[in-house]
Design a protein around this ligand. Structure first.
Ligand code: ADP
Length: 627
């Protein structure tokens, strides 16, 4: 009988992760009771140390990839986007407001400020944010440079002063993107997300009123109008994304292009760091992308959160975050093999990490994977640093390593039938298929929305990550993690009917109104009664294609055969960008009407991708004919 999967939570949080995992039959790691290595998932809000990546064991996974501060720290993000803009053009990387990192960029900021003041008059606004704070702390908006006062590194950004409003209230979108892997780049965006409202009406003549200008929950929940029933917005300050989409439909707005632009923002932002993140197949990461939509329906990236808040402040939080975490666990695709840690100890007396943290392999993943797929454990042994060790230790390590090698040989990708066969080899016991199904259901849990019969591990955890860059991660990377909000009382938000017209939405000239034929109104689900779907992963010309969707996670990258190829080895950013261009152009010209019929596709184009955004997403191939 397989043991339960074990999770470790740093600093006892977040509660929703604990809740979801316990419901799925996982156990919480107990330092007193368990071996140090006896866990399958370590979840923490802050960064992991380099050594923690180096010492990962085959069954262990972490909820952060190494070295992602390049997008999650405000100043690094601004610098990286500037670099990409210089390389790939400002028309593509035009989704982030112009930003200056002060004090360093002051001499660049001043002429820009003066130029805009001359050409546009005083109606240009700026927002100043400390680079290493989150949750709205230390932020202020100014019009006149004499009000720019700071005593720590900040970024000064053009303030988007024409946001789309709902009944006069500003809002932004929290989009959850999961990077399943950076090598090859594999990205999923969750269909659900949050819409976060300011709690006082937007007014440019009161720049100091943060309740009108900032949409952070951590600020607005202390505002005087948080609990008030606000026109159309309702109580509190959050909607689910489904409710927002319902609202867009009620406005007869063609949302497809909007969602595609947001998906592009996520991909283009990740491309800025994708090549520099070390490969760590045992890691997965959930990023929170904050997107502001302006009155012309242009989405703007405000920031990327390293540890998006998982506190449950209201009903919208509960609906979105529980489903999100559940889908994330499904996406991680734990199988029977992962639960065999304990068995492994019993059989091998295994106690120490198998890879030497001082010996990060310079091997590329492909070479390593070749080794892993070989059946001889000796193929992996050279990775162990044994020459400085006493003979006894070296022998023990070799034995341990032989075990790990054996374990690796049995790692999936496997489907259910293969899991059956594999588990019987490892556990060395006769199991019948019914029992395997039962065990799998235990692993996936009663609330998993994943259909176990089609589970395939898409990126199997590697035996241990090896980092190509030894610089330390831990100390300097202060990033945007807004996960430290205190638990507030759970409050049911009044779900209001949003089907009536809202005057803030411009009717003409924005190019996003639906023509006569609009898309089918999506199903808006409630609570746990959500459709469960996990597609079988496939291969194209020998290249593994990750599943299209896992629960409500939709694969947004790679999205066609060309981007699959471009991301297999060295990431070919140029090709990816060309494909993004093509896709967006096709969507823009598709007559704003889904051609719900299978396009003529052949050979290599046999690659399915869903259109992220719609609740029942059609395949891209059903939207238009590939060129
Ligand atoms: P934090 O990490 O402190 O939350 P953000 O960059 O997310 O910092 O900014 C906080 C809030 O301020 C956002 O949610 C948004 O409402 C508002 N905001 C930030 N930048 C801009 C901008 N350039 N234009 C308009 N509003 C902005």
């Amino acid at each position: 009988m397989a043991a339960a999967l074990v999770f470790r939570l740093h600093d006892r949080g977040p509660e929703v992760v604990r809740e979801v995992l316990l419901e799925r039959g996982w156990e919480e790691y107990d330092q007193e009771e368990q071996e140090e290595e006896d866990w399958n998932l370590y979840w923490r809000g802050s960064t992991f140390r380099n050594s923690e990546y180096h010492n990962l064991l085959p069954w262990q996974r972490l909820n952060h990839h190494p070295k992602t501060a390049g997008i999650t720290r405000k100043d690094y993000l601004a610098r990286n986007l500037r670099r990409m803009r210089a390389t790939f053009g400002s028309s593509l990387y035009d989704f982030s407001p112009t930003a200056f990192i002060l004090p360093n960029d002051y001499t660049r900021f001043l002429p820009e400020y003066n130029k805009l003041r001359l050409t546009k008059g005083p109606s240009v606004y700026w927002i100043c944010k400390p680079v290493d704070l989150s949750r709205g702390r230390g932020i202020f908006i100014f019009e006149d440079i004499k009000d720019l006062v700071y005593d720590c590194p900040v970024i000064v950004q053009r303030y988007i002063c024409n946001p789309l409003l709902i009944s006069g209230y500003k809002f932004d979108l929290r989009i959850y993107a999961c990077v399943k892997s950076f090598h090859p780049l594999t990205v999923y965006i969750h269909q659900e997300g949050l819409v976060r409202f300011a709690t006082e009406k937007y007014n440019l003549s009161s720049l100091h009123n943060l309740y009108a200008h900032l949409t952070n929950t951590s600020i607005n929940k202390f505002g005087p109008f948080y609990k008030t029933e606000k026109e159309r917005v309702g109580q509190g300050c959050k909607w689910t994304m489904s409710k927002f989409r319902h609202f867009l439909h009620s406005q007869d707005i063609n949302e497809l292009l909007l969602w595609q632009r947001i998906s592009n923002i996520v991909t283009l932002t990740l491309l800025t760091i994708a090549s520099s993140v070390p490969s760590c197949p045992n890691c997965v990461e959930l990023f929170g992308f904050d997107i502001l939509i302006d009155v012309k329906f242009k989405p703007w990236l405000l920031e990327v959160n390293y540890s998006p808040a998982l506190t449950l402040d209201c009903q919208a939080d509960i609906t979105v975050k529980k489903g999100l975490i559940s889908d994330l666990i499904d996406l991680m695709n734990y199988t029977l093999i992962d639960s065999l840690r304990e068995k492994a100890y019993q059989r091998q007396g295994y106690k120490q990490p198998c890879f030497d943290a001082n010996h990060p392999s310079k091997l590329k993943e492909t070479k390593f994977q070749k080794q892993r797929s070989g059946s001889q454990s000796s193929q992996i042994l050279p990775l162990i640093k044994t020459h400085h060790q006493p003979k006894k230790m070296s022998l023990r390590r070799s034995r341990q390593h032989a075990f790990v090698a054996e374990y690796q040989r049995h790692l999936p990708p496997v489907d259910l039938n293969k899991i059956y066969a594999t588990s019987s080899r490892i556990v060395n016991t006769t199991v019948n298929k019914t029992r395997t199904n039962k065990t799998l259901n235990m692993i996936l849990g009663p609330h998993s929305r994943t259909n176990v019969s089609v589970v395939n591990r898409q990126t199997c955890p590697a035996p241990a990550p090896w980092l190509t860059d030894k610089r330390s991660l831990h100390v300097s990377e202060v990033t945007n993690h807004d996960n430290t909000e205190t638990e507030a009382e759970i409050e049911l938000s009044g779900e209001t009917d949003v089907s009536s017209l809202i005057q803030d939405i411009p009717v003409n000239g924005v190019g996003l109104r639906c023509p006569a034929v609009s898309c089918k109104l999506p199903n808006i689900y409630s609570g746990n009664h959500r459709p469960v779907r996990m597609e079988r992963s496939t291969a194209l010309n020998g290249q593994h294609i990750p599943p299209l969707r896992v629960g409500d996670f939709i694969r947004t990258f790679p999205f066609n055969a060309a981007t699959l190829r471009a991301s297999q080895h060295e990431l070919d950013v140029k090709t990816v960008i060309q494909e993004l261009h093509k896709l967006t152009a096709q969507l823009a010209t598709m007559g704003r009407k889904l051609k719900r019929k299978q396009a003529e596709i052949g050979g290599e184009e046999d690659f399915d991708s869903l259109l992220w955004g719609p609740k029942d997403p059609p395949l891209l191939s059903q939207c238009f004919k590939p060129t």
